[in-house]
Design a protein around this ligand. Structure first.
Ligand code: NAD
Length: 261
């Protein structure tokens, strides 16, 4: 008597998390962005191997617990995407996502992290894997507040933001938002990672531009308590701090030009 055992292939069962899942077509998007960046945006990086970079990116998180992601997981990716940003051209930001990128679009020589290859590839995307499956989890990914802070996306941004700050030299600028209560937010990546990874031997000054919403410009944002805190941290780190409110001159001129293109 032959007893046949029928095995049903179950679709992969992923763990359920509280955050949205991997962005649909994640792999195609990062690969496409890598080619766009290295062939069109910065053709001087045309020698970078996007296939290898794409694989190193997914190898960093596939088949792994998305709540135990580490800097080491992203090391091979980091090594393949090294890039030099000229001195005096680094532009950091916090709570000014839209404005800073409009500005960087006009001021082409300035680099935000999202104007470097790896930041460009990953900006606005979500991704995670699962230890029990070689595939991406498109259903859900850990939420950084409700599930875990060492999730694959947060660890990625901590790692690339750290390198971006470590590599900076000369004057570094930061564009901050003077219309929110936490202009210098201690929980932000700028505060937790970037400020502490600027090298005082290379970076002599951090120049803050604190911008306010044009509809309700209040008093001097540079004297805001949270900015005093930033100033104190930098003085302890031997980095000169300068602060300018509503850096109008440059911004209005450039944004005006931008809107009249
Ligand atoms: P912010 O509070 O305005 O956050 C900017 C964006 O990054 C938000 O969408 C936020 O949800 C996301 N983000 C920040 N920290 C994160 C983390 N640990 N995990 C997942 N998402 C995170 O400003 P910020 O936190 O100071 O970050 C901006 C600075 O850090 C910039 O100088 C930039 O170089 C770098 N950064 C960029 C991104 C990005 O999405 N492009 C994300 C993190 C950090």
């Amino acid at each position: 008597v032959v007893v046949g055992i029928v095995m049903w292939r179950q679709p992969p069962q992923h763990q359920e998390w509280k955050g949205a899942g991997t962005t649909a077509h994640f792999y195609e998007i990062i690969l496409g962005r890598c080619y766009t960046y290295t062939q069109i945006v910065r053709p001087e990086l045309g020698h970078k191997d996007c296939q290898k970079i794409g694989k190193a990116f997914t190898d960093a998180f596939l088949s792994k617990d998305p709540c135990s992601s580490t800097e080491q997981d992203y090391q091979p990716l980091m090594e393949l995407t090294n890039q030099t940003v000229p001195c005096d051209k680094t532009l950091l930001w916090s709570k000014t996502n839209e404005l800073v990128h409009e500005y960087a679009w006009v001021q082409r020589e300035l680099f935000t992290l999202e104007n470097t290859l790896l930041g460009y590839m990953a900006d606005g995307l979500r991704w995670c894997g699962d230890p029990g499956s070689p595939e991406m989890n498109y259903q859900s990914c850990p939420d950084r507040w409700k599930d875990c802070s060492n999730n694959s996306v947060s660890v990625f941004w901590n790692t690339v933001s750290k390198r971006f700050a470590e590599d900076a030299c000369g004057v570094v600028r930061v564009l901050l938002n003077g219309s929110v209560h936490n202009t210098f937010d201690e929980r932000s990546t700028f505060a937790r990672v970037e400020v502490f990874n600027l090298h005082p031997e290379k970076v002599h000054t951090l120049q803050a531009w604190v911008m306010q919403d044009i509809r309700n410009i209040s008093s001097d944002s540079c004297s805001h308590a949270s900015i005093k805190n930033l100033k104190l941290i930098l003085s302890k780190r031997n980095i000169t701090f300068t602060c300018e409110n509503n850096y109008r001159d440059s911004f209005q001129k450039h944004l005006w030009r931008f809107s009249h293109k």
